[in-house]
Design a protein around this ligand. Structure first.
Ligand code: SF4
Ligand code: SF4
Length: 369
């Protein structure tokens, strides 16, 4: 007996697949499945988070619908994966945010943007809000640096704690002691697998779309999004070091490292999410967890809008539009931070943990990873 209907279905499919084993070369899910004869809830959540949703095992399967076995591994694991995000959410009282995630994230983003706009209007007079501010410290005419650092530092800290608590619950549920996470070889292998999106290649041909023609575009757009996000994070980190270590205040000239990193990252976060959105519409509806489309779309749009407002701020920071654009951008960044543990962002964290376990158990069993 499993905790949910979808885990019952995942157990049924993994039992069928374990007898068949036709797909064992496609990704990490099937070799991990073959190491087991029975599946606990934690095992199934582990396999669900190991799946990258490429769709190859659906098009290759001789038992997929209309066959009476009705084998649809990508969709079943996609639903199980999404349900696992809610099950591990910390604090658990917020797990309901996953139920209508698109609506919840949109409302939080709208409230956050509104709070920054009203905050800027309340704490600054019109000349400051719509004035032209240039040179070092220009942004801090609208919001003092210490207030900005305290607010965003607290939001980021909260997100990190909530994500760590979530992955801790996941790790315990898949039956492993927490010290198993501290295995440098497996951590490094998982980092390489995640960094290359090794298992999003459909066994070498790419992701399956509605026309059943595989394409690598989804992986490329995901890379642009992921590395764009990392570059933007690096830009913010360098700017923080500039501020506290060498007393150089933002905004910086276009050639300076935080701006170069931020611009490259921002471009990745425009092209990547736009491409992912386009690819999503092309996917075979049979493969995806349709009712949770809102969760995917909300997160992709949030990244896109954060980048768009950041780029607009860079272009128009020397004009009267700077104040409203700064409020818009900060509102979006703040909502991105506080919703990270309750939206699609968590897929990267749980998938990485699943890859660590996979690397570890393959090595323990004497296989090459
Ligand atoms: S998905 Fe289908 S073809 Fe692949 S292992 Fe399972 S039953 Fe076999
Ligand atoms: S959808 Fe792709 S990643 Fe997921 S189990 Fe099937 S082949 Fe593996």
């Amino acid at each position: 007996m499993h905790g949910t209907r979808i885990l019952e279905e995942a157990d049924r499919l993994m039992t069928v697949c374990n007898s068949c084993r036709y797909c064992e070369g496609l990704c990490a899910v099937f070799p991990a499945m073959e190491m087991r004869r029975s599946f606990s809830d934690g095992d199934l959540n582990y396999l669900a988070n190991l799946c990258h949703g490429c769709g190859a095992c659906y098009t290759d399967c001789q038992f997929s619908p209309p066959h009476e076995f009705n084998v649809n591994v990508p969709k079943t694991l996609a639903i199980a994966r999404a349900e696992s995000y809610a099950a591990y959410a910390w604090p658990h009282v917020f797990s309901g945010v996953f139920a209508r995630n698109g609506l919840a994230i949109s409302m939080i983003a709208a409230l956050s943007v509104a709070a920054f706009i009203f905050g800027f209007a309340a704490f600054n007079d019109r000349q400051v809000l719509f004035g032209i501010h240039t040179g070092p410290g220009a942004f801090y005419h609208l919001m003092p640096h210490n207030a900005m650092a305290a607010l965003f530092g607290a939001a980021l800290l909260y997100a990190i704690v909530a994500l760590i608590m979530g992955v801790r619950a996941f790790w315990r549920d898949i039956g492993k002691p927490i010290d198993m996470l501290a295995d440098p070889g497996s951590l490094w292998q998982a980092m390489k697998d995640a960094g290359q999106l090794r298992y999003l290649d459909g066994g070498g041909v790419g992701c399956v779309n509605e026309d059943e023609r595989p394409s690598d575009l989804r992986r490329i757009y995901h890379h642009l999004t992921f590395y764009g996000f990392l570059l933007c994070f690096a830009a913010t980190s360098v700017a923080t070091l500039y501020h506290y270590m060498i007393a150089r205040e933002a905004p910086y000239p276009w050639w300076d490292l935080p701006v170069v990193l931020g611009t490259l990252g921002g471009l990745g976060l425009l092209i990547g999410p736009a491409g992912l959105l386009a690819e999503r519409w092309k996917r075979d509806p049979a493969l995806v967890d349709q009712p949770r489309t809102g969760m995917d779309v909300a997160f992709i749009l949030m990244l896109f809008m954060t980048s768009l407002t950041g780029m607009a701020l860079l272009l128009w920071r020397d004009t009267p539009a700077m104040g409203p654009l700064l409020a818009l951008h900060l509102g979006l960044v703040f909502s991105l931070f506080i919703t990270m543990p309750y939206g699609k962002f968590v897929h990267g964290i749980y998938r990485y943990a699943a890859l660590v376990r996979y690397a570890k158990e393959r090595r323990q069993a004497g296989h090459t990873v």
